[in-house]
Design a protein around this ligand. Structure first.
Ligand code: COA
Length: 161
């Protein structure tokens, strides 16, 4: 039984993230999607909202659960007996940052391995910031995010306007 954690800010979850989750859940017995607080990024959604959107989007996936954490990723992994960190690689431009993070995590905790998964090529151009930019000027993002996220984004914008 190999457990894995897929960490990220998920502000918001996109179909690209979901594609990575779908690939990971076929490889590992249990996947925890870990919402990082990441306040430096000044997220649009609170941790509670990001967790809710994720939980709604993966509710039919039996071996996937959602959690949040505000400390070191490898500490969370250790505490929960998880030895694999999943990260998605969309393009070469992701590589340097991901490589640095994987090596830093290994330095802090040599038992934790990072596994990179490549999302479907139709999602390689997606990012959460682009989604937020498109919706803020009234664009349609329904092709890029799960239905539940689309609903949340629209409600958030309505509240803020
Ligand atoms: N589909 C669509 N977008 C994707 C994607 C995919 N498959 N994979 C990554 N992205 C995008 C995200 O949407 C995000 O876009 P944005 O910058 O426009 O918001 C960007 O790529 C990177 O986001 P994410 O994957 O969420 O990573 P992150 O850089 O926000 O988060 C953490 C990195 C949270 C995993 C990392 O900082 C961490 O582990 N923090 C905990 C503290 C810690 O242990 N720090 C030491 C790390 S060495």
């Amino acid at each position: 039984m190999i457990k894995a954690v897929y960490p990220g800010t998920f502000d918001p979850l996109t179909k690209g993230h979901l594609d990575v989750i779908n690939r990971a859940r076929k490889l590992f017995s249990k996947i925890t999607i870990l919402v990082a607080h990441h306040n430096e990024k000044n997220p649009l959604f609170t941790v509670v909202e990001r967790k809710k959107m994720l939980a709604d989007s993966v509710k039919r996936m039996k071996n996937v659960n959602v959690d949040s954490y505000d400390g070191l990723l490898v500490d969370y992994a250790k505490k929960n007996n998880i030895r694999v960190v999943i990260r998605g690689l969309r393009a070469i431009s992701d590589f340097e940052y991901e490589f640095q993070m994987a090596l830093m995590n290994r330095k802090i905790s040599p038992d934790v391995e990072t596994v990179f998964l490549v999302p479907d090529e139709s999602f390689t151009y997606l990012s959460s910031s682009l989604i937020k930019e498109i919706i803020s000027v009234g664009g349609d993002i329904s092709h890029f995010v799960p239905r539940v996220v689309n609903k949340y984004l629209k409600e958030k914008l309505k509240k803020e306007s």
